[in-house]
Ligand binder design. Structure first.
Ligand code: F6P
Length: 362
């Protein structure tokens, strides 16, 4: 096999702090090893029109390590296998066009930085002959095969800081403060931020909750003198016998948008406890800002490893964190699955032993 001299790199799905750190690591490592990098804009859209890609040199990525967002742009619309789209030379099947453009641009491989949706698309392109290395990204930390995705630590740090701030006002007013965090169908952000922030109740998608079990636990705090409580609720948390709260149903290739459970829990807890209750949605603030040092290091290791796999010709893979190592996983073992919080996770059991309620028992 002839050595690879040019690769493409793209970012897909929702952004996460650390995307730029991966891009920087890929570009510097590849360039230092004699491989040219082409940055593809807005996920796979960059493989549709020639004008939506550009050569990236170390100069282009200098100073982006600490920046949130992505210098390449991203989108969580447009699965190329699902939609024909309009291009300057007429309506074409998007996936065919991607394969054609990949070869026309003289690319030897593609580094795809994305979450479960983007990696699933990448896997399908791998099956169509494009040499792919994936890099797992998401604040939700729900990709199987890796203990951490970059972005998660930053989201947890932000949510923890927010909970710290809410603690002081909750205590001053003797209120219950309900904090809704992101995470889709996995409760990792809620669990970690809840524990780091000293929450009294943590409601997760993995454990259906009953507020009739939560309310007495919060009132019991009043009796021993802690007249305020912090409740962290994951956006995908599931009320026992109820439904997930949605901001928007799935439509035309857009996935459903979760949200609103915090306000519902707030209202119900006010009724059940008689205490003044307020709610806050942290939303996209969790995805913004500079990555933590942990995420910068992880993203840098991921980017370096991705180029190593390209050089070895180890395609159809995803880089992954298996502490203390960065390893390769097969994409087929990863895509289409969700890493959720196991009910017997030591952290969860520790929290229960400390008296944190998950709304599932007295
Ligand atoms: O997957 C990351 C994430 O931030 C989820 O936690 C959240 O449900 C979703 O993306 C929000 O997506 P959007 O940016 O499209 O509103």
């Amino acid at each position: 096999m002839a050595p690879i001299t040019r690769i493409g790199v793209l970012t897909g799905g929702g952004d996460a702090p650390g995307l730029n750190a991966v891009i920087r690591a890929v570009v510097k490592t590849a360039t230092n090893g004699g491989i040219e990098c082409i940055g593809l804009e807005d996920s796979f859209d960059g493989l549709i029109e020639p004008g939506r890609s550009r050569v990236l040199t170390p100069r282009d990525v200098t100073g982006i390590l600490r920046l949130g967002g992505t210098v390449l742009g991203t989108t969580n619309r447009g699965n190329p296998f699902a939609y024909p789209i309009e291009t300057s030379d007429g309506t074409r099947d998007y996936s065919d066009r991607v394969v054609e453009m990949f070869h026309k641009m003289g690319l030897g491989a593609l580094v795809v930085i994305g979450g479960d949706g983007t990696l699933a698309i990448a896997h399908r392109f791998y099956l169509r002959g494009i040499p792919i290395v994936g890099v797992p990204k998401t604040i939700d930390n729900d990709i199987v095969g890796t203990t951490n995705c970059f972005g998660f630590d930053t989201a947890v740090a932000f949510a923890t800081d927010a909970i710290d701030r809410l603690h002081t006002t909750a205590e001053a007013h003797k209120r219950i403060l309900v904090v809704e965090v992101m995470g889709r169908y996995a409760g990792w952000i809620a669990l970690y931020a809840g524990i780091a922030g000293g929450a009294d109740a943590i409601l997760l998608p993995e454990i259906s909750f009953d507020l009739e079990l939560v309310a007495p636990r919060l009132l019991a705090r009043d009796r021993w003198g802690a007249k305020f409580s912090i409740v962290v609720v994951a956006e995908g948390a599931l009320p026992r016998g109820g439904r997930r709260a949605l901001l928007e149903e799935a439509h035309n290739g857009f996935v459903e948008r979760l949200g609103g459970i915090g306000a519902q829990v707030c209202e119900a807890l006010q009724q059940a406890t008689g205490k003044e209750t307020r709610s806050v949605v942290l939303g996209h603030l969790q995805r913004g800002g500079a990555p933590t040092s942990f995420d910068r290091v992880l993203a840098t290791r991921f980017g370096g490893k991705a180029v190593e796999l390209v050089r070895k010709g180890d395609f159809g893979t995803m880089v992954a964190f298996a502490p203390p190592d960065i390893v390769a996983r097969r994409l087929e073992d990863v895509v289409g699955k969700t890493k959720t919080v196991p009910p017997d996770l030591d952290l969860l059991l520790t929290a229960k032993a400390l008296g944190v309620t998950f709304g599932d028992e007295q």
